[in-house]
Design a protein around this ligand. Structure first.
Ligand code: UD1
Ligand code: MG
Length: 467
């Protein structure tokens, strides 16, 4: 996507402790739509096809190093500012004479398009040493303010903590994304000092230093505040999550997905929905959900790790757990849980059931309240159900178990033995009908609760009758 053949290196600063976030691991590992912030950034950056991507990490951030692999990670031994973080990456960019795109790890929603425009702003002319991505915020509190000269060049960037009252009025803010001339960067970094309110080495001092060296800093402005919002606190993370969710909803609606109340539907970063899908209110998509054309997910359903075919109906109140594959025209009804199972086309699990570790063929009717008993307290076992099987209501299918094609399981059965094709398997306690028993029982109970009980003529004591 880069317009010229000039080499491009991208450095992502992610070594900060994230103290304001108060999370245990690195701040950039906090998730948006279930995906770490750093992954969102890497995705946008990769589309630029840079020659190198370097992520600056702090001590003990092995988890982050793994997450960014195969991108290079470099250690910033001491978290003493964004300028110092960039310095840490320079060891890897010794002979690099292209452009260096610097991005803060806590601005995860930045778009490839804005980064591309930023790079072009730096490449406008040879005397532009730095380009900065800016935006105008209605409330700029917390952001570095851009102070410009009459020609629109950046004179300096003033951090909130160092800004005068007048400077705080400026609403054009630093998003933290810069594109810099790699040939001069090391020299400029050498001039940084930490004489500021936070006693840190600020990357934001570089425009002033470049200006002293005869180079300009140009600004590229994005009008979309949301894509460049920083994420320092839990509240800001929540705000970003809301924005990201809304973007997903709009993305799906543009592709023809029908939603009655989109604000109550929550997606994951990797949710895939086909054409003509309908999502009723209050549905949660966890990771790894793929839904085929024309399928309807009814209200209050929770789905994760499932691939669903077309024209199926899921829910209301269904829970689908990871490792599940549902075919076409499948019906999963209310209060049904499916885990790590495959269910063939046109099969139905319509009410109150549990299907776990099960391979179910096509055209099966899995009756109300029936369950696979897949766990013996130590291990999980599989149930295989062939095509066209009828599982009667309230059956317990004790795994490991094979029920062959066309078999019939009588309602209320507890099945422990394999069932051959087209057979009936029934396993119930012997049924007994005792005529008049209930009437006698009621009479006796009534007499006992009165003050002067009369002797009962019948000798049968209903209490002693086995029930
Ligand atoms: C920074 C900018 C501010 C800008 C805002 C945009 C500076 C001095 N300030 O402020 O002008 O408006 O972002 O969101 O740059 N980091 C390191 N090592 C460090 C310190 C930070 O790698 O020693 C990383 C952090 O992990 C983070 C990023 O740099 O991803 C930004 O640091 P942060 O502390 O969030 O800066 P802000 O106060 O938000
Ligand atoms: Mg920040």
């Amino acid at each position: 996507m880069t317009a010229t053949n000039r080499p491009l290196a991208c450095v992502i600063l992610a070594a900060g402790k994230g103290q304001r976030m108060k999370s245990k691991g690195p701040k950039v590992m906090n998730e948006l739509l279930g995906w770490p912030m750093i992954k969102w950034l890497l995705e946008s950056v990769r589309r630029l096809e840079p020659d190198r991507i370097i992520v600056v990490v702090g001590p003990g951030m092995e988890e982050l190093v793994q997450a960014v692999h195969p991108c290079e990670a470099v250690l910033q031994p001491q978290q003493d500012g964004t300028g110092s973080a960039l310095k840490s990456a320079m060891g890897l960019l010794q002979k690099f004479s292209g452009d260096v795109l610097v991005i803060l790890g806590d601005t995860p929603m930045i778009t490839t398009a804005s980064l591309w425009h930023l790079i072009q702003a730096r490449r406008q002319s040879a005397d532009v040493g730095i380009a900065v991505l800016a935006t105008e915020m209605a409330n700029p509190t917390g952001y570095g303010r851009l102070l410009l000269d009459a020609d629109g060049n950046v004179v300096r960037i003033r951090e909130e903590k160092d800004a005068s009252l007048q400077e705080k009025q400026v609403r054009l803010v630093n998003t933290g994304a810069f594109c810099m001339d790699g040939k001069r960067l090391e020299r400029w970094l050498g001039s940084l000092n930490n004489r500021n309110a936070q006693k840190e080495y600020y990357i934001t001092d570089l425009p002033e230093i470049a200006a002293r060296d005869g180079y300009k800093t140009r600004v590229h402005v994005t009008f979309d505040n949301d894509e460049v919002r920083g994420c320092n606190t839990r509240a800001e993370l929540f705000a970003l999550e809301r924005i990201a969710q809304q973007r997903m909803r709009e993305h799906f609606m543009e592709r023809g997905v029908a939603m009655q109340d989109p604000q109550t539907v929550y997606f994951h970063f990797d949710t895939v929905l086909g054409e003509n899908v309908t999502i009723e209110p209050n549905v949660y998509f966890g990771p790894g959900v793929e839904i085929g054309d024309g399928t309807r997910v009814r209200a209050f359903s929770h789905l994760e790790g499932v691939k669903i075919g077309s024209k199926s109906v899921i829910g209301p109140f269904a829970r689908i757990r990871p490792g599940t594959v549902l075919g076409d025209e499948v019906r999963i009804g209310n209060f049904v849980e499916i885990k790590k199972s495959s269910i063939g086309d046109r099969s139905k699990v319509s009410h109150l059931g549990y299907v776990g570790d099960c391979e179910m063929g096509e055209d099966v009717n899995f009756g109300c309240g029936a369950i696979t008993v897949n766990y013996d307290g130590f291990e999980k076992h599989n149930t295989l159900i062939g095509k066209g099987v009828m599982v009667g209501s309230n059956s317990n299918l004790i795994a490991p178990l094979i029920i062959d094609d066309g078999a019939f399981i009588a309602a209320g059965s507890t099945i422990t033995q394999n069932v051959p094709a087209d057979a009936l398997s029934v396993s119930r306690a012997k049924e007994e009908v005792r005529k008049g028993w209930a009437a006698i029982y009621r009479q006796k109970k009534t007499e006992r609760t009165t003050k002067k009980p009369k002797p009962v003529k019948d000798k049968t004591d209903p209490q002693k009758v086995e029930s």
